[in-house]
Design a protein. Structure first.
Lengths: 183, 234
């Protein structure tokens, strides 16, 4: 699933212009406003596979320097990208979180420990929210041409963290009602 | 910490409810320094608004010490407290609290006129502040001709009219849609970044609170958490 998005993200970037492998990392990170960071290894292994499948081809850059291998998209690659972009909507993301397992193990056994867990998790979410908000303020103040895209990505992250926080509050209220005053 | 603007020591605020005393604020100690943007979060009834009222001298503590800009509030006479508030503290409220018969410009100029500033000077300053909040073109409009977001921007300009070192905001986005709310928060953030404005904001909204760089979480009248959430934004 993630692999397909990486592959087509790279195809899409190459459809804009030919790139060096290392440029693709920056461009891909940029595409999702940093929400989905790739490592260089992933880029090269994906490129290798796509060259083999005939979706991308490599050629030597004219400029100076050592490894000046450039990549460009082929006609087959473009067709593949188009098909992928017009596919039906994605399935809802999996609702899976390590926190559920921890909470599941604790909640009926140790109320105080459960509340501690929720408390510390709440702090983490607030920090994450502040960091995302800082990024958003930076984007708005920079007035760049990519402002809309970046704001959309950051809003998505912010709404998710907000939902996590609301859920934590809801859990706390539930447990405190159960266990009386807890401090 | 930089210069201290607010210092609370073991502050208690009790309200009578029939025969029993209810502690809205129950032993809070904290300090706030110049240039900080502090968010205070908590559910309704957590004591967050009472805490803001105590800090700003709108209410008196039952016990403990509240120092605002180095002055012990409980030792100030009413007149001195009013003067301290008028000259050193700006307020922004959920429902804007603009005077409906005055234009945006007059609303912003009003605190200056009350402080006996000359009309021409007050209006020039008000115009400059309306420019800062992006409302130059609405200077002659009355509140009912403005959107909620615009009214709150006028309220921010008014709060800043006397160049107060400290700005209190009580649920400033509580009555706005999310887009206007974000504009207001961004404006407050800009005041902090560009002017070094100290801001204390009460909110129940985590997304609003995230604009601050320190988050105080209240529960049952106490500080449950006091966490630094950020560095400076460039």
């Amino acid at each position: 699933m993630g692999g397909l998005a990486v592959k087509h993200g790279i195809l899409g970037i190459l459809a804009g212009r030919p790139c060096h492998g290392y440029e693709l990392k920056t461009e891909f990170d940029n595409l999702t406003a940093g929400l989905w960071e790739l490592n260089v290894g992933q880029i090269y292994s994906t490129l290798e596979r796509m060259v083999k499948d005939g979706l991308v081809e490599s050629y030597a850059d004219e400029g100076p320097g050592e490894d000046r291998k450039m990549y460009r998209v082929t006609q087959d690659g473009l067709k593949d990208l188009e098909t992928w972009l017009s596919r039906p909507p994605l399935k809802a993301r999996p609702l899976r979180d390590e926190l559920y397992v921890r909470l599941g193990l604790l909640v009926e056994k140790d109320l105080a420990a459960t509340l501690d867990l929720l408390d510390s998790q709440r702090r983490v979410y607030h920090l994450q929210m502040a960091e995302l908000t800082r990024q958003k303020i930076g984007v708005v103040r920079a007035h760049g041409p990519d402002r809309v895209r970046r704001e959309m990505m950051l809003d998505s992250a912010l709404f998710h963290v907000e939902a996590d926080l609301k859920w934590i509050e809801n859990c706390e209220a539930r447990l405190r009602a159960l266990g009386g005053k807890e401090e | 910490m930089t210069e201290e603007i607010i210092r609370l020591e073991r502050v208690v605020k009790e309200f009578r409810r029939g025969d029993t005393a209810v502690r809205a604020v129950d032993g809070v100690s904290l300090t706030i320094g110049r240039g900080e943007f502090v968010s205070i979060m908590g559910k309704s009834g957590s004591g967050k608004s009472t805490l803001l009222h105590l800090m700003s001298g709108l209410q008196q503590a039952t016990q403990g010490s509240v120092r605002l800009l180095g002055r012990e509030l409980s030792q100030l006479k009413d007149d001195d407290l009013t003067l301290l508030r008028r000259t050193h503290v700006g307020f922004i409220f959920q429902f804007f609290n603009l005077l409906p018969t005055l234009t945006a410009l007059e609303n912003v100029a009003l605190p200056l006129l009350l402080a006996k500033v000359r009309t021409s000077v007050a209006e020039a300053k008000a115009l400059e502040l309306l420019k800062t909040v992006g409302l130059t073109s609405r200077a002659a409009h009355k509140p009912d001709e403005l959107s909620g977001g615009q009214m709150q921007r006028v309220a921010i300009a008014r709060a800043l009219a006397g160049d107060p070192p400290l700005l209190f905001a009580d649920e400033p986005t509580g009555n706005l849609d999310s887009a206007s709310g974000e504009e207001i928060l961004l404006l407050l953030k800009q005041m902090q970044i560009d002017r070094g404005q100290t801001i204390v904001m009460v909110t129940h909204d985590a997304k609003a609170a995230a604009y601050g760089d320190r988050l105080i979480t209240m529960r049952d009248g106490r500080v449950l958490d006091d966490q630094l959430t950020g560095g400076m934004v460039g």
